[in-house]
Ligand binder design. Structure first.
Ligand SMILES: C[S@@+](CC[C@H](N)C(=O)[O-])C[C@H]1O[C@@H](n2cnc3c(N)ncnc32)[C@H](O)[C@@H]1O
Length: 399
């Protein structure tokens, strides 16, 4: 194909999806990467940029799920109108004829009550366009490992996007072993961004399970973008993709990764199986040397010097264990934070408000998240360092 579709050269709308309540963290990441936020929704953030920008976003974003690049936006009152308008797009300048693509959608249109049918009609339009212009067509199916087209059709307004991500960024590509109830990697990154942790401080994650929180903290501390861990993205399967552009972006991101980090990161768990999984996942992420793994009851986790954060993702009751047993656990987490984590900020992520009451400490903030389908709160506790507080009060009194 000698000419490229303008989507590969022009500035376009870029839409980034993320979990509910997390667009605020996507927005923060965008600002650091030099992107302007144009709109924030419940699970989306809109910005603008080029196809090359989508490559950079896919490499760097920790909290996003998909990076979509707008191909075209039009009114379609019927599925036939949508088919015709999709057929008119120069797909032969977007998708390689010998490639593979899949179509996915979000719709509330009455003519697309069967969402599979909508995917099929968009796929038909693309295939028919290829047949009429090139007399052959790419393969298609439901897999997201190659080119992915995304259609959003609501209130007769259709938006066709390239899903430049493909397999979602929710998985950062290092977790080979999942235990029960692991946190999604992108959600763990958002949770850490919601805390008061700075990469200079200590980060302690008792009950670490498969290690997601500690691994995400280590990735942040050394400045390693999660996109360096995976090697396949949707953008790689489009006609406008130039490996040299990706290689250069990859190399500059890689060159900026720190070998050492200023703060201490500790992950502990009672279960040897959990700790082995956490270590192996950290190795997959290339950050095992930055985390101290300790097999211990959470109450024996050694606490480095403050300032720092201590963060728990204990069982909630809904998915693991029973509430009766867990009441004691939550109470002892409260005791541990009060006695052993002075000068720290403490955090507990839980979907169970009744158990949260057993912690017995005053919450400073309650931050909303969804862990899968479960509505959760990240509870924040200020764990005063008694001596410091008295010293500060004396200083105020003397002033
Ligand atoms: C919900 S999982 C944590 C999931 C983790 N955030 C992840 O992404 O994989 C809870 C973990 O707490 C650990 N655990 C339960 N009771 C404990 C205790 N008393 N001391 C230390 N760890 C404990 C379990 O072994 C389990 O790995």
């Amino acid at each position: 194909m000698d000419s490229l579709h303008p989507i590969f050269t022009e500035q376009r709308t870029i839409l980034i999806s993320s979990s509910p309540y997390t667009p605020v963290y996507v927005k923060q990441e965008l600002a650091v990467l030099g992107f302007e936020t144009l709109q924030v929704g419940f699970t989306t953030v809109e910005t603008k940029g080029t196809f090359e920008d989508t490559i950079r976003l896919n490499l760097h974003l920790r909290t996003g799920n998909h990076v979509y690049l707008l191909i075209e936006q039009f009114i379609a009152k019927t599925i036939e109108e949508l088919y015709q308008k999709t057929l008119a797009i120069e797909w032969e300048k977007i998708l390689p004829v010998d490639g593979y693509f899949s179509v996915h959608n979000v719709t509330d249109h009455e003519e697309a009550a069967n969402t599979m049918f909508l995917n099929l009609r968009v796929k038909d339009a693309i295939a028919d366009r290829f047949m009429s212009t090139m007399e052959k067509r790419p393969d298609s199916g439901s897999e997201k490992e190659r080119a992915v087209i995304f259609i959003y059709w609501k209130d007769n307004e259709a938006m066709l996007y390239l899903d430049t991500t493909g397999e979602p960024l929710t998985k950062h590509g290092y977790r080979k072993i999942s235990l029960k109830a692991p946190l999604q990697e992108s959600l763990a990154a958002s949770i850490i961004m919601a805390t008061r942790w700075t990469t200079q401080d200590s980060f302690v994650n008792p009950m670490c399970g498969s290690g997601t929180l500690a691994i995400e903290a280590a990735l942040m501390a050394c400045g390693k973008p999660p996109g360096l861990i995976r090697n396949n993205f949707g953008f790689m399967h489009l006609t406008g993709y130039r490996p040299s552009v990706y290689d250069a972006l990859y190399a500059s991101a890689h060159a900026a990764v720190l070998k050492e980090i200023p703060g201490k990161i500790i992950a502990s768990d009672l279960s040897l199986e959990a700790l082995d999984a956490a270590k192996s996942n950290a190795t997959g992420a290339g950050v095992e040397q930055l985390i101290q793994f300790i097999k211990s009851d959470f109450q024996n986790t050694p606490m480095p010097e403050s300032p720092g954060v201590v963060i728990f993702n204990p069982p909630y009751g809904e998915r693991l264990g029973s509430s009766e047993q867990l009441e004691l656990l939550y109470a002892s987490i409260g005791d541990f934070m009060k006695k052993s984590c002075k000068g720290y900020w403490g955090y507990i992520l839980t979907a169970n408000p009744e158990l949260a009451k057993k912690v017995g400490l005053k919450t400073k903030r309650k931050i909303d998240f969804y862990n899968g389908q479960l509505k959760c709160k990240l509870l924040e506790y200020e764990l005063y360092d008694g001596s410091r507080k008295i010293k500060a009060l004396n200083e105020i009194a003397e002033a």
